[in-house]
Design a binder for this molecule. Structure first.
Ligand code: DX5
Ligand code: ZN
Length: 232
């Protein structure tokens, strides 16, 4: 099955009314991973966001291929794999084989991301480019038309549960205002019921939420509250 993110499908299905909720399992209970994934799917999350960290690009280690494979077995939702690693070129093929539908690399680790974005697409996944809060949009300006998705970080990557950084709102707004950018806009980090409305207004179509869901006692309520806050 081709689970590639498709702008027309996503935007059409959502009719611009709601952003897609990408549930980040970084802080879920890994002892019951399958149940956690099933629970956020039942709660209405549109995709599972998987944060792969190498301890070099970010000061934390998370998980790799076996967890992506396990999540693939647990759900048919799209898998949105966020590679926070120094050498993504070495691993994109394996993450695609493990079940990634969308693979995002960081602009900070590659001189020119275009060949790798092309490679990700050639593997049948959609290709995303992420930028950290201190990285200006100008750094990815030449590559905007080369992305299926642009991931605007609203925290320094590495940990869940951090404070939202407003610099992401400015970047999303600037990207949304451009007529020549067709990539889906995604935001990641510190998104809660307090911040999701501004993200959606600024143009985020895909919204990553970790602790806002997994630290809530009821994932159904968490997703419902996020959606309501997005359009409030
Ligand atoms: C941060 C990760 C995020 C994180 C989001 O490095 O890329 O995806 O899991 O978690 P919250 O929503 O708790 O900020
Ligand atoms: Zn992430």
């Amino acid at each position: 099955m081709d689970r590639r993110f498709d702008r027309a499908e996503f935007v059409g299905r959502l009719r611009g009314e709601f952003p897609a909720i990408m549930a980040s399992v970084l802080n879920c209970n890994f002892g019951t991973l399958q149940r956690e994934v099933e629970a956020v799917e039942a709660a209405g999350a549109e995709a599972i966001h998987l944060d792969v960290m190498d301890g070099h690009f970010v000061p934390n280690l998370s998980f790799g291929l076996p967890i992506v494979e396990a999540v693939r077995r647990a759900t048919d939702l799209p898998l949105d794999v966020h590679l926070m690693i120094d050498n993504p070129a070495q691993y994109v093929e394996e993450f695609r084989k493990a079940g990634a539908d969308h693979i995002t690399i960081h602009a900070e680790v590659v001189a020119d991301p275009r060949p790798l974005l092309d490679k990700i697409r050639s593997l049948g996944a959609s290709a995303g480019l992420a930028i950290n809060p201190p990285t200006p949009l100008a750094a990815i300006e030449p590559y905007l038309q080369h992305c299926n998705l642009i991931l605007v970080m609203s925290v320094m990557p590495g940990f869940g549960g951090q404070q939202f950084n407003d610099v992401a709102i400015d970047k999303l707004s600037a990207l949304k205002a451009r007529k020549d950018v067709d990539a889906l806009l995604e935001v990641d980090g510190g998104v809660t019921t307090e911040t999701i409305g501004r993200c959606f207004q600024a143009g985020a179509e895909l919204i990553v939420t970790g602790s806002a869901i997994f630290r809530h006692e009821d994932y159904n309520v968490a997703v419902r509250e996020l959606r309501a806050a997005a359009i409030a």
